[in-house]
Design a protein around this ligand. Sequence first.
Ligand code: NCD
Length: 305
Amino acid sequence: MMHVLSVQQFKDKALLDKLFKRAAELQAMSPDLYPKILQHKTIATIFYEPSTRTRLSFEAAIQNLGASLISTENAGQFSSAAKGETIEDSTRTINAYADGIVMRHPEVGSVARAAEVSDVPVINAGDGAGEHPTQALLDMYSIRQGKGGFDGLTIAMVGDLMNGRTIHSLLPLLSLYKVNLALISPESLALQQNYLTDLDKAGINYRVINDWSDALAVVDVLYMTRVQKERFVNEADYNKVKNDFILTMEQVKQMKKDAIILHPLPRVNEIDTAVDADSRAYYFKQVKNGLFMRMALLDYVYSEK
Ligand code: NCD
């Protein structure tokens, strides 16, 4: 039995290749042929924080593989957490009904606490500003699909690098390959030192910058992120930085013709909607990829002994 808590579990190129191949197979398959490997199982999706893509793609993936689904989408308010139940007690309870739990929670480390008391697999669908391992897997899958591989790519990560859990989960996976990174953010939202130390240890060539004018022309992948408003203590600090990096066609025109633009979504204002029609906009394909990567991941979790 395995839990999926951190991207550290996937720092293995052979395992990643296996997941990418499985996701691609499922993506090419006619839906009536999806393997019903989760038949007679029940999976619970328990979200204590808002979500559109992660929850719905997991729920579609669960049902595509033949499982039935139980769900609470606003668990902070609608589950017994609102009455003061601990995450441990809620998890033990869900264990009575479900063969697996997909959980999102606003506190770093909370999903790992759930896993400690769970007899069924727990999958981290985002824990505060901590990790979002399944997003990192689908981001990697999207880069591989859009650019054919990883070695030699120049990848810029833009926006809220401090609070963005998708960034925190994507970096360790990218570090397995020979990539060049540009880490572009307002100064107050720079990536924490511990992540930079890990990049140094992995021998990754990176630049930390607060201005993207020189980077745009050289990137192969532009990974945009939302300024994570919900992690700010006061709104004035958010307002100071919310408009620092806005991608419009003016910037996109400076980019390579074959570059791709990713964003985990939701976007607020950081990508102008005029960019959506450009051939480099990849973020809605990325959304679709999430379904197949989550199917591949569930297949892996439930076929491992
Ligand atoms: C991200 C998240 O929740 O961390 N969204 C997602 O899961 N696709 C990014 C975000 O909220 O900005």
